[in-house]
Design a protein. Structure first.
Length: 194
């Protein structure tokens, strides 16, 4: 089902080719994009995966070494988010300094980014060239979360958007529209040259 959804969304997004403007005598090359996300329920992973496939980007799923499953761990996770705690994450496979754009996605927990995403941004922010952010949530908008991500990264996001869990689970037209807007914006950014 997920794979079918992936193909239908990518088809709905159309053929996306992103190339930098280069002198005629130079070969055009695609910008390097990395989609980084933390996902506990699979919702953020689905959005991140769709973005990565459509943008022909590498992807990095952050692994929080702290158990976040179950009701008790859910409450601890919310407390960690509220307290702005970091956590221990697996060493990422991709070096963010090798990418022109890092797209970072997080679920919203108690109006905050997850501890895994906070840890990643704090640890690797000096390697970011350009950043874009997206959030997923049951109904909370990104109005408080993304500004904090910008603040701790020290970078203004070139793109930002939020996806609601219901949209993602149901593959709603609203999700397709938001993904299309995200793709179009990335295309414009790279046509204007990074």
């Amino acid at each position: 089902m997920w794979l079918l959804t992936l193909f239908s969304v990518v088809n709905a997004l159309g053929d996306i080719t992103i190339q930098e403007n280069a002198p005629a005598d130079q070969e055009k090359s695609s910008p390097k994009i990395l989609v980084v996300y933390y996902s506990n329920s699979g919702i953020t992973e689905k959005v991140g995966g769709l973005l990565a496939v459509a943008l022909e980007a590498d992807q990095e799923k952050l692994i929080d070494k702290k158990d976040r499953k179950g009701i008790w761990n859910y409450l601890v996770a919310a407390k960690d988010a509220i307290m702005k705690n970091e956590t221990e994450i697996d060493t990422p496979a991709h070096d963010p300094s090798k990418y022109d754009l890092i797209i970072i996605g997080t679920p919203i927990w108690a109006a905050k980014m997850t501890p895994a995403v906070r840890t990643y941004i704090n640890k690797y922010k000096s390697k970011f060239k350009k950043v874009a952010f997206f959030t997923t949530s049951g109904g909370t908008t990104f109005d408080k979360t993304i500004p904090e991500m910008e603040e701790i990264s020290g970078k203004k996001a070139v793109l930002k958007n939020g996806f609601f869990e219901k949209e993602v689970k149901n593959d709603s037209p609203e999700m397709i529209k938001k993904l299309n807007e995200y793709m179009d914006s990335v295309k414009k950014i790279f046509l204007d040259k990074i």
